[in-house]
Design a protein around this ligand. Structure first.
Ligand code: C5P
Length: 227
């Protein structure tokens, strides 16, 4: 079987990473969670005081970009790669609502995108990769052999994200999570640089009513079609 590139895009909490992890494991491919990279840059900007709830010093962040080193390191116990920022494991802290509430503003910055896209293209250069994000099929790998565009209702997605955060011990309300999901959807799909759009040749999958297994089976058939 030839190795291919699988690009998975969609709004937040549409189950992209669940599907991507399953596929990577099954196919023996590398999984790259590009959202984790934008989250890590956001966390860095928060630590440095470049961004908070009300202000964002883009110029300072842009100037500091060369000092941000991102690396994925596979954790065999967990079965997936964890995000490291300048040598520190930030896998957990980048998933908090504090980061989620700022990440879309950081992801609007073209200089940030250029840096991360370049690194993503390097990581996928040898194919055999499943990458999820917002612009993978449109910008990062426009020639990907298989492009998926995931959708699900905002309510379904907020409930999923809420359950996830609660399971991790976070204290958030459903309303806070729904508000964050809707706000990120709005910014991610209306920004100027690389907005979230379905690539013309992407296959749309609405998983509001699919179980994880049904979705996986469906996608494996699509993979078999192109391999
Ligand atoms: O996938 P996840 O929800 O973790 O992504 C967090 C945020 O990072 C998104 O809401 C979006 O603003 C940004 N992002 C992006 N392009 C990507 C991946 C994520 O702009 N390829």
């Amino acid at each position: 079987d030839k190795k291919i590139t699988i690009a998975i895009d969609g709004f937040s909490s549409t189950g992209k990473s669940t599907l991507a992890k399953q596929l990577a494991k099954h196919l023996g491919y590398v999984y790259v969670d590009t959202g984790a990279m934008y989250r890590a840059v956001t966390y860095y900007a928060m630590q440095k005081g470049y961004i908070d709830d009300t202000h964002f010093d883009k110029t300072a962040l842009i100037k500091d970009l060369p000092n941000i080193n991102l690396r994925f390191s596979f954790n065999s116990e967990l079965g997936f790669a964890e995000m490291y920022l300048n040598g520190e494991n930030v896998e957990k802290v980048i998933r908090t609502l504090e980061v989620s509430n700022k990440v879309s503003r950081v992801a609007e910055v073209s200089e940030v995108r250029a840096k991360l896209v370049e690194q993503q293209q390097e990581m996928g250069a040898d194919k055999g990769v499943v990458m999820d994000g917002r612009d993978i099929g449109t910008v990062v790998f426009p020639n990907a052999e298989l492009k998926l565009y995931m959708t699900a209702s905002a309510i379904t997605r907020a409930q999923r994200r809420y359950d996830e955060l609660i399971a991790k011990g976070d204290t958030v309300t459903y309303e806070q999570v729904l508000k964050n999901v809707e706000e990120r959807d709005r910014i991610d799909s209306s920004r100027e640089d690389s907005p979230l759009v379905k690539a013309d040749d992407a296959i749309a999958i609405d998983n509001s009513k699919l179980t994880i297994q049904e979705q996986f089976d469906k996608v494996l058939r699509l993979v078999a079609d192109v391999c």
